[in-house]
Design a protein around this ligand. Structure first.
Ligand code: PEP
Ligand code: MN
Length: 353
């Protein structure tokens, strides 16, 4: 995806973070316009509102549909903001293009479905509009990249991603677990792809929007998608995670934007130390593998099995405990030891076969 273009719109200031804000759902014409006018007064340039709402269960508020398109046009005419909405089907894309929506995004449930993604991509062939693809609900980077590729193959070049967190089994403070390594890896794989963060859907509560936004800025994200509503507590969907427009303005004005490119001598010195430690780590690992290979030879000579589960369990448990004492995460150390063990087994199998 070498020829991707930045997410620009005619007349949009190219400021970081790129900010898209507005209610989870368009509810009434009055709610939409009141929210839009306040956000515009606070300098927001791209206004979001969901017209078609994908709900986990039937019976919830499923959006006002195409009826809201005229309201979105009023938002544009009266405030001068650009408008953005979520599309999930061919009919949505056609209605949005017909209605003059400026930017489309694809939701997490849709991004998880290759058939739906392909249908949207086919409808977008020959159209020049910015499209943002949210991560699929499951922590599956390949599925996310696949969804992005389908839109890219349709000819869309103003393409971006939105990180909105992932469904996860463990209970945590988040509605959707951030798994920051996934968007970081997406950036490594497609460096010129703009990535926005959606702290509303990650956090699920308005108190988490500010810290998550700051975290996203610290990690070098290009922008933010935040849910804002004129009366958040009365919202028809996602009320706990929406903020009033003046709160949004306060959150944005307090963000600390770090310089992602320039480095100081101090930083260079610290990076040299990291590089040196990494050299040592690799050297140590190679030595550990040599010992593992020796063990492999011994096991072969004495007809012993390569995998000795009890010994493996002991290593995992002991090192995880030791890591916690040294101020590291238990799960982190378990994954490190698992990866090392996997490579040891591979090396042992080589000498046994
Ligand atoms: C939304 O942006 O309101 C939405 C439905 O988000 P997601 O697809 O991330 O759940
Ligand atoms: Mn929402």
């Amino acid at each position: 995806m070498k020829d991707l273009q930045p997410i620009t719109l005619p007349g949009l200031d190219s400021i970081r973070p790129l900010l898209i804000a507005g209610p989870c759902s368009a509810e009434t014409e009055e709610q939409l316009l009141t929210t839009a006018h306040s956000l515009a007064r606070h300098g927001v340039q791209i206004f979001r509102a969901g017209l078609w709402k994908p709900r986990t269960k039937p019976g919830g508020f499923e959006g006002v549909g195409t009826e809201g398109m005229a309201w979105m046009r009023r938002v544009k005419e009266e405030t001068g903001m650009f408008t953005a909405t979520e599309v999930a089907t061919r009919a949505h894309v056609e209605a949005a293009l017909e209605g003059g929506i400026d930017l489309l995004w694809i939701g997490a449930r849709t991004a998880a479905n290759p058939f739906a993604m392909q249908e949207i991509a086919d409808t977008l062939k020959g159209v020049d509009i910015p499209v943002l693809v949210k991560n699929p609900v499951s922590p599956d980077l390949e599925l996310w990249i696949g969804a992005l590729e389908r839109i890219y193959n349709a000819g869309i070049r103003r393409l971006g991603a939105i990180h909105r967190g992932f469904t996860w089994v463990d209970k945590s403070i988040y509605r959707n677990h951030p798994f920051w390594t996934i968007p970081i890896e997406l950036h490594r794989r497609i460096p010129n792809l703009p990535i926005l963060c959606d702290p509303s859907h990650i956090g699920g509560k308005r108190e988490l929007i500010a810290p998550l936004s700051q975290q996203a800025m610290d990690l070098g994200f290009d922008g933010l998608l935040i849910e804002a509503h004129c009366a958040p507590d009365t919202a028809w969907s996602d009320k706990a995670q929406q903020v009033a427009p003046d709160t949004l303005a306060f959150i944005i004005s307090n963000l600390i934007l770090r310089d992602m490119n320039t480095t100081t001598d101090n930083l260079n010195e610290l990076r040299r130390q990291i590089d040196k430690l990494d050299d040592e780590l690799i050297d140590l690992l190679a030595r550990r593998m040599q010992v593992a290979t020796e063990i492999g030879r011994y096991k072969k000579a004495h007809n012993l099995s390569v995998l000795q589960s009890q010994r493996y369990e002991d290593i995992l448990a002991r090192r995880a405990r030791q890591a916690v004492e040294a101020g590291m995460d238990r799960e982190f150390m378990r994954s490190v030891m698992q990866a090392i063990h996997e490579e040891s087994i591979r090396q042992q199998l080589k000498v046994i076969e």
